[in-house]
Structures are given as structure tokens and as C-alpha cells.
Write a protein that binds this ligand. Structure first.
Ligand code: ADP
Ligand code: MG
Length: 447
């Protein structure tokens, strides 16, 4: 096979395959990582099988197994004692699987193991896991989006940590879009753009967090576009996160949006109550203080859109308990977390108050708006309430969907578009909606 392949290719791939064992009609070959296994098995398995058939006159099955090759000094010894064998098979010396430096921006504690998977995150989790096991093979590029504190950074960095462990010869680069922007601007100032580009073009796996930061930054977007194309054409893995669906980003060049969404797009939804409890329980493990189920449930009920806030509540209680050497009762928890919770309630109140104003106006109940009914008399008010929520609050469509009885963000987007269409074509509808918006805003102020 070596004689039929370009030298570079056989050095890169064939030399990493070694004999691991065999039995009747089966040959087992060892490779150093899952990544290499998948590549080699899709690219060369067939050729190997047919060559073996030719050589032995019998069908021989080929299997690959992953075996870490320690960078052992003995291999040198072997070379010395068996010079003839080396010469005979004319192979280049086995390249040491060169380890790449770990990216200092990746936090070691963000691991797949520490991520609690619920219905809200199972799809995103599985996609990330698949990417980590086979970077650059399927799911490329990948975009993960979802609201604040739902685990985007945790997942994208888990990919980085996993690959750095399993395939250290791949160069993993993690940055936030903000860091990317700052580095880029600095490199222009210091006339070091070639070094800047080189860093990114050397990456085998590029992880970019929070790409919404690129809004309104035309020249950084341009640079990102080139980095993207370069890596994508070379089959390098790209993963991005964003706090909202891409088509809600403003002032991002269409060609870049188009790149971000080209591969797989997965959204992270807020966790349901059960998952929130599971997360809280997990976060309690290994902590010195005991926190009762009652208290955990109290937290789980009050914090419903953001895992970071769940953690913050726990941390606060544990600190309190440690400092005062007291067990946390439900009363203490209430007292300690009161101020935090009344603030966040106020925010989600605003969507509730919009729903109430709209429901009143159409003479239906707020439960109908949040509920499952699909009759026209409910669907239309629901769409209007979604439109108003989108217009006068800062909530993303993902969050609004959640407040409207756990609907998908695409439903919200669709509703917003429909109502926008009606406002443009019908002055009466437009006036009524303006009216409702005023009422909703007053309703909020009165509270
Ligand atoms: P985002 O980047 O989406 O804003 P992060 O990834 O920073 O959110 O998550 C916020 C915090 O919540 C982190 O400490 C993270 O470890 C934790 N977290 C989020 N989701 C989960 C989960 N499903 N299981 C365990 N911890 C989680
Ligand atoms: Mg983040």
C-alpha cells in the first residue's frame, strides 16, 4: 500500500497502524486514537482487505482497535536491533505522535462527566460527544445556541478537554469571540497579523464561544470568515456557540451567518424541574455541607431558566452554613435567597403581565394563551402576546417560548413574523397592538 500512496499520506496514516493480533481469517490492527481509527477505517479498510485477499488467497476480515502507544524510548532500541526489517519494508521511521500544547483557556473542570443531561440538553450533549470522538468527521461545523447559563461554555470546553486527552496530537484552540476580536485588533496595532492568522490556521479543532459578540464588528467578521474557510476546507473541526438563533443576530454579514449554520445546529433548552434537581444534587456531591431535599426543591422551583443561578444559590447557602456553622433549614434558605429571587421574578413577570393584558383584551384566560389549544380564538392572541414580548422585552425567542408553556423558539419566530406582516398590511391591527403595548407597559409600572 505504501508504494501506491503519496509519502506524506503514508507517514501520516499508515505508519500509525500496527499489528495487534489475528486469528482465523481475522486481522486486528491497532491505531492510537478513535479519530485515527475512524479515518483509517473509512479511507483504507477496503484496500487493506482486498490486498490481504490477494496475498493469502482467502478472505480476511480486518478490525481496528484503539491502543494508546506510549511515546516509549524502546522503539529506538528496536530500530537499532532490527535495521534489516526497517530497510526491507522501506518504511519511514514511526513518527512520534507529537503532543500539542494544551490550550490554557480551557477549564479542566468542564467535562462531559460533570454535565448533567436532561431532555433539554440530550441532543446537544450527544452531538458534542460525537464531535469529541470524531473531530472533523461528521457534524462540521457545529453551532450550539441557547440562553445564558444553560451550559454552552461547559459543553464546548468539554469537547476541547476530551480531545486534548484522547488525541493529544490534535491542536485544539478555544477562544471567545471577544478574545478573538481583541487579539485581532491588537495584532493590527502591533503589525502582527500573520502571527495571529497562523495561530488560528494551525488549529485542528477550533472552538469559538459566544459569537453574538461579533455583531456590528465588520472587520473581525471578515477575518473570522477567512479563518472559517481555511479550516473548513481542510476538514478541521469548527464549533461555535451563540446566545440566540443565528437569524436573530443583527449586523452580521450574511455570508458569515451562512457559514455558521452550514452544518449542524443544536439548541440548549432550559432544564425542567427534574433536571434542575438532578443538577443541584450533583453540585452538592463532594461539598462539605449537607443540604436537604426540601431546600434543593425550593431552589429548583425558584430558579428556572439558568443553571448558573442554580449554582449560585447553592454556593451562597453553603458559604452561609460553613461560616456560621449552621445547618440550612428551609427558613434559612428562604431568608438568604429572598432578595435574589424577587429580582428574577420581576423579570419573568413582564412576560406574564403581557400575557395578562392580551388575554384581558381578547376576553380569554392567560392559561389559554400558555396552554395547548389551537383554536383560532386562542392562537391569534397568543401570537400577538409573543410578538409584544419580543418587541418590548430583552428575552430571546428561546426564553419567550419557554414562558409560553414551553414552546419552541421557531414557533415564537413564526408568530412574530406573522404579526409583523399583519401590522404592515392592516392599520387597525397595528393600532390595537400599539394600544396593547402601552397597556402592558403601564401594567408593569403599576406593579
Ligand atoms: P453558558 O455558556 O451557556 O452561559 P455555562 O456553560 O457557563 O453557560 O454554564 C453555567 C454554569 O452552569 C457552569 O458552571 C456550568 O458548569 C453549569 N452547568 C450548566 N449546565 C449544566 C448541566 N447540565 N450540568 C451541570 N452543570 C451545568
Ligand atoms: Mg458561556
Amino acid at each position: 500500500m505504501q508504494s501506491s500512496l503519496p509519502e506524506q499520506e503514508s507517514v501520516t496514516w499508515l505508519n500509525r497502524i500496527s499489528y495487534a493480533g489475528s486469528d482465523d481469517h481475522k486481522l486486528i490492527l491497532a491505531v492510537p486514537s478513535l479519530f485515527i481509527r475512524d479515518y483509517v477505517s473509512t479511507q483504507y479498510k477496503q484496500t487493506i482487505t482486498s490486498l490481504l485477499h490477494e496475498l493469502t488467497g482467502e478472505p480476511v476480515a480486518v478490525e481496528f482497535t484503539v491502543k494508546k502507544v506510549p511515546a516509549s524510548p524502546d522503539s529506538k532500541e528496536e530500530e537499532k536491533t532490527q535495521p534489516h526489517r526497517e530497510a526491507m519494508v522501506k518504511s519511514a521511521p514511526m513518527p512520534k505522535a507529537q503532543k500539542r500544547p494544551k490550550d490554557p483557556n480551557i477549564n479542566n473542570s468542564y467535562q462531559f462527566d460533570t454535565f448533567v443531561v436532561g431532555d433539554n440538553s440530550a441532543f446537544a450533549y450527544n452531538v458534542c460527544m460525537a464531535i469529541a470522538k470524531n473531530p472533523g468527521v461528521s457534524y462540521n461545523p457545529c453551532l450550539i445556541y441557547g440562553g445564558v447559563g444553560l451550559g454552552k461554555t461547559h459543553l464546548i470546553q468539554s469537547i476541547g478537554n476530551f480531545i486534548q486527552e484522547s488525541t493529544p496530537e490534535l491542536q485544539v484552540v478555544y477562544v471567545t469571540a471577544e478574545m478573538f476580536t481583541n487579539e485581532f485588533i491588537q495584532s493590527i496595532g502591533e503589525e502582527k497579523t500573520p502571527q495571529f492568522r497562523n495561530k488560528y490556521r494551525k488549529a485542528d479543532v477550533l472552538l469559538i464561544d459566544d459569537i453574538h459578540f461579533l455583531q456590528k464588528k465588520a472587520s473581525t467578521q471578515e477575518e473570522m470568515f477567512h479563518v472559517f474557510n481555511n479550516l473548513f476546507e481542510a476538514n478541521k473541526q469548527l464549533v461555535f456557540t451563540c446566545d440566540r438563533p443565528i437569524n436573530e443576530l443583527q449586523d452580521i454579514a450574511d455570508r458569515l451567518k451562512n457559514r455558521f449554520t452550514r452544518g449542524i445546529n443544536v439548541d440548549l433548552q432550559p432544564p425542567d424541574f427534574e433536571t434542575r434537581l438532578a443538577i443541584l444534587r450533583r453540585k452538592c456531591e463532594g461539598k462539605s455541607s449537607y443540604i436537604s431535599s426540601e431546600v434543593l426543591e425550593y431552589i429548583g422551583k425558584n430558579v428556572n431558566t439558568n443553571v448558573r443561578d442554580l449554582e449560585a444559590s447553592l454556593t451562597k447557602l453553603i458559604a452561609y452554613s460553613n461560616l456560621l456553622n449552621k445547618e440550612i433549614t428551609l427558613d434559612i434558605a428562604r431568608e438568604q435567597l429572598k432578595s435574589t429571587y424577587s429580582m428574577s421574578k420581576d423579570q419573568s413577570m413582564s412576560i406574564d403581565s403581557i400575557i395578562r393584558v392580551v388575554a384581558d383584551y381578547f376576553n380569554i384566560s392567560p392559561y389559554d394563551i400558555k396552554g395547548k389549544k389551537r383554536t383560532k380564538s386562542v392562537v391569534f392572541p397568543r401570537q400577538i402576546a409573543m410578538y409584544i414580548s419580543r418587541t418590548i422585552t430583552d428575552f430571546s425567542t428561546t426564553e419567550i417560548g419557554y414562558e409560553f408553556g414551553g414552546r419552541d423558539h421557531t414557533t415564537v419566530m413564526h408568530s412574530v413574523q406573522r404579526v409583523e406582516g399583519m401590522i404592515q398590511s392592516d392599520i387597525a391591527v397595528s393600532n390595537s397592538i400599539q394600544n396593547l403595548i402601552r397597556q402592558a407597559q403601564n401594567f408593569k409600572r403599576e406593579k
